[in-house]
Design a protein around this ligand. Structure first.
Ligand code: HEC
Ligand code: HEC
Ligand code: HEC
Ligand code: HEC
Ligand code: HEC
Length: 383
């Protein structure tokens, strides 16, 4: 009975926070259609569910989050849940578990444990919203063989602003002119926006629910290009943001380090020859106030370099280190572990800190050889 009525944009209050409860499902719906759990959607949407499960959105109800929620009131908790577990039914499930003293226990958290699940993005008052029909581009409400009363299709799902409710803080919370999360604005001022490359085109290729980011080496490699120069004078390692649709990295939490060190004849590092360059936005929270210390992130098209003179050496090792959760480890969790008494909250934060400490990786490394032949390569800039 597929009938197209009109192009229907998302209701104005689609991202009203907190989200309104869904209400009762029609009595004629099957239990799977009535359920809000991602696994229930997954009984029919098998591939989407498998992709989502592999994503960080599925893991947003994490030990680092819950460890903090246990120290908060329900009202403070709701602010965090707006992005980490957005359905009203998820907040209710968490508060029920809290009332039983089991909020630290994933099985007791029920729907809350699903984190940023299907419903938060797709379901309002039980109605399914989604992008234009894949094959036909059709918009508007459609009766899809009767499943969950149909679906309302709108282009809003294909636009970067769809991600803004959780990935963009308001300008009135800016620190040195830039909100702590400024991803959508960074993107809007980039050549990617002008070229029509949306968040979805990079993070949901072919509509896949993958959302790979800084924790995924292949994703990071797709966005940056290393260049190496070795001439008679020295070596240079340059990194360029060629394919990240916003600052690399966009958040204040990761730290990326470009490393270079000279090697002696036996392949060991030459004493005092190590050089590095840090790529990050560094902020501190002191006396109830955020302050920016440095911002060396690479906007789309920007580069950074590390250089060294050969001296007696013939070889240099260069590598890129990515520390996705540096700020959580050194600032957030360290501070909490200093103050939290023994108990469930501390236990969860210790687990989150262990995960944060396990996340760093080396994206690539290579050894450069001194080029003793007269080189046409441009000379190094003096440092
Ligand atoms: C009983 C099976 C079933 C369940 C359970 C189910 N769906 Fe669906 N859904 C369908 C069918 C069938 C379609 C239409 C088929 C199609 O177009 O791919 C559909 C279409 C959709 C669409 C539109 C996609 C498109 O075709 O453009 C979205 C979005 C959607 N469902 C979301 C959900 C979410 C979110 C849940 C869980 C809260 C869910 N569905 C649960 C069967 C189901
Ligand atoms: C309801 C809130 C919400 C919406 C809407 C949302 N996100 Fe997220 N996103 C999150 C949260 C919360 C995390 C962090 C999850 C965690 O690790 O706890 C996250 C993480 C991510 C990451 C991974 C970051 C990393 O560290 O690897 C990417 C990429 C991402 N989101 C992209 C998107 C894109 C693209 C959209 C729009 C299509 C989107 N998100 C919409 C809340 C949201
Ligand atoms: C406006 C949306 C938003 C709100 C509100 C929000 N977060 Fe997040 N949070 C995010 C996003 C997006 C990320 C992923 C950032 C990244 O890539 O590292 C994140 C990451 C995190 C992480 C690290 C990843 C993980 O899950 O271990 C923790 C911990 C966290 N948030 C805790 C909180 C707490 C506690 C609150 C409430 C005080 C809160 N968040 C409120 C969007 C939000
Ligand atoms: C963070 C928000 C978010 C979450 C969580 C999310 N989706 Fe989606 N979904 C989207 C967006 C955005 C699109 C459209 C992407 C595009 O057009 O490029 C989409 C597209 C779809 C489609 C249409 C796919 C197609 O090929 O036409 C279906 C079906 C769907 N989602 C179901 C689900 C199910 C089921 C879950 C949970 C397992 C889920 N979504 C979780 C944002 C989300
Ligand atoms: C041109 C491709 C491209 C576009 C467009 C793009 N991204 Fe990314 N994004 C990447 C790549 C590559 C990474 C991995 C490198 C990194 O972490 O910065 C990434 C990383 C991220 C991360 C991980 C956290 C971090 O600190 O970097 C988040 C969150 C994210 N993107 C959200 C978004 C959102 C929201 C949009 C739309 C406003 C968007 N991205 C647009 C390519 C893109």
């Amino acid at each position: 009975m597929g009938s197209v009525c009109r192009a229907s944009p998302l209701p104005d209050d689609y991202w009203r926070r907190p989200l309104a409860p869904q209400g009762e499902a029609p009595a004629t719906w099957s239990p799977a259609e009535r359920a809000l759990a991602p696994a229930a959607c997954g009984t029919c949407h098998v591939g989407v569910f498998a992709d989502w499960q592999s994503s960080v959105h599925a893991k947003a109800f994490s030990p680092g989050l819950v460890g903090q929620l246990l120290t908060y009131s329900a009202a403070e908790t709701q602010i965090c849940l707006d992005c980490h577990a957005p359905l009203a039914e998820q907040a209710a499930a968490f508060e029920r578990a809290r009332a039983k003293g089991q909020a630290h226990w994933p099985q007791a958290q029920g729907l809350a444990a699903a984190g940023n699940g299907c419903g938060g993005c797709h379901v309002r008052e039980r109605r399914r919203f989604g992008p234009p029909q894949r094959e036909t581009g059709k918009e508007g409400p459609e009766f899809v063989n009767g499943a969950h009363g149909g679906v309302i299709r709108t282009k809003d799902f294909e636009q970067s602003d769809f991600c803004a409710s959780c990935h963009q803080f308001p300008q009135d919370q800016a620190i040195n002119g830039k909100p702590l999360e400024n991803t959508v604005e960074e993107w809007r001022h980039s050549p990617h926006a002008a070229a029509g490359r949306t968040c979805q085109s990079c993070h949901m290729p072919d509509r896949r629910h993958l959302w790979r980011g800084i924790h995924d080496p292949a994703m990071v490699a797709s966005g940056v290009r290393p260049d190496f120069l070795a001439n008679a004078q020295g070596a240079r390692f340059t990194l360029t943001n060629t394919g990240v649709g916003h600052a690399f990295p966009t958040y204040v939490t990761p730290k990326v380090i470009m490393h270079a060190v000279l090697l002696d004849g036996t392949g060991r590092p030459v004493a005092d020859s190590a050089r590095s360059h840090v790529i990050e936005r560094r902020v501190v929270y002191e006396n109830d106030e955020w302050r920016e210390i440095a911002d060396t992130r690479l906007l789309p098209g920007e580069s950074a370099s590390v250089e060294m003179r050969w001296g007696d050496a013939q070889l240099a090792r260069v590598w890129l280190e990515v520390r996705p959760d540096e700020y959580y480890h050194v600032a957030v969790y360290a501070g909490l572990l200093d103050t939290l008494p023994a108990g469930e909250a501390r236990h969860l934060i210790a687990e989150a800190d262990a995960r944060a400490q396990a996340s760093p990786y080396v994206l690539f490394e290579t050894v450069l050889k001194r080029n003793t032949a007269a080189s046409e390569a441009p000379p190094l800039t003096a440092r």
